[in-house]
Design a protein around this ligand. Structure first.
Ligand code: C2E
Ligand code: MG
Ligand code: MG
Ligand code: MG
Length: 281
């Protein structure tokens, strides 16, 4: 009897797996036409400087509103786009749209803010990447120092020699580089000295329980102190409460991003938020 039950649950598991694989395949196919069907858009999450109490940047976050499945979260569709190589065209669309948006904000007279864009390993490693960045900055007439590329530790460390060169090239162009989800990778810290990184974004995993968890607090303060000694800007991700913001300010963290200030916003709301938080501009 136990055997039958085992077999049944195995078959159930197997059919579920097949269903999931089917869904992924269907979504992967639908993603191919997402750009032409206008199913992609960007939302923008403010990044606030604690010292000056003003918005110094926004992070562009991709959304897919699929005709078949409604809104599909990036943690589901980004891996599909990466596996199929579509991330190259999607990533270019993201960069193009984010820079066009920043240009229109500058034209409207908004105070200049940095535009942070997430970059996949496949994009970063693509031979034409730096040239693409330079052409897009040119096309949209955006000052390079307002573009911030978010890489991950694992990405930068996969081919350290290549990354060092590429980062140096991007730096020479004036573009800023940050390390996203900092602290969750397994890489050595030596690359921080070697690569010219402008910003570390402390992963929200360490921020979430910081008020109660002494271990998380130790990690956060250590990252902040190390970054300061290396003259790297440090931003805390996923800040949801006044208490967290207060602690981070006391620890010397310079920038904050999270629901406590704002969720990712559609462009018009983001523009209003930027103006509202920079009253002197
Ligand atoms: P990420 O780059 O680490 O982005 C931060 C994520 O945390 C976003 O999720 C954001 O909405 C969420 N978040 C922000 N503040 C809070 C908070 O206070 N609490 C909580 N619980 N969450 C918060 P989202 O938009 O779902 O994006 C997930 C991931 O998808 C991003 O993580 C990034 O790795 C990836 N992604 C998003 N857009 C793009 C893109 O254009 N290209 C690439 N390659 N990846 C992207
Ligand atoms: Mg990011
Ligand atoms: Mg992150
Ligand atoms: Mg993350």
């Amino acid at each position: 009897k136990a055997k039958t039950a085992g077999r049944n649950s195995y078959q159930f598991y197997e059919s579920q797996m097949q269903e999931m694989a089917g869904l992924r395949l269907a979504q992967s196919n639908a993603l191919k036409t997402a750009i032409e069907h206008n199913e992609l858009h960007l939302v923008y999450q403010p990044q606030v400087c604690l010292e000056q109490q003003r918005v110094i940047g926004v992070e562009a976050l991709l959304r897919w509103d699929s005709q078949s499945w409604g809104s599909v979260p990036p943690c589901d569709f980004i891996p599909l786009a990466e596996a199929s190589g579509m991330i190259l065209s999607i990533g270019e669309w993201v960069l193009d749209s984010a820079l066009a948006r920043l240009r229109s904000w500058l034209d409207q007279g908004l105070p200049p803010v940095a535009m942070a864009v997430n970059i996949s390993a496949i994009q970063f490693e693509h031979p034409g990447f730096t040239e693409q960045i330079s052409q897009l900055l040119q096309r949209h007439q955006v000052p390079p120092h307002l573009l911030e590329l978010e890489l991950t530790e694992a990405m930068a460390m996969k081919k350290p020699d290549f990354s060092e060169q590429r980062i140096r090239h991007l730096h020479a162009m004036g573009v800023k580089l940050s390390i996203d989800d900092f602290g969750t990778g397994y890489s050595s810290l030596s690359y921080l000295k070697r690569f010219k990184i402008d910003k570390l974004k402390i992963d929200r995993e360490f921020i979430a329980d910081m008020d109660n968890d002494a271990g998380d607090q130790a990690i956060v303060t250590a990252i902040i102190q190390m970054a300061r000694r290396l003259s790297i800007t440090v931003l805390a991700e996923g800040v949801e409460s006044a208490r967290q913001a207060e602690l981070l300010k006391r620890f010397g963290c310079s920038q904050i991003q999270g629901y406590y200030y704002s969720k990712p916003l559609p462009p018009e709301e983001a523009a209003r938020y930027i103006v509202g938080y920079n009253p002197q501009a």
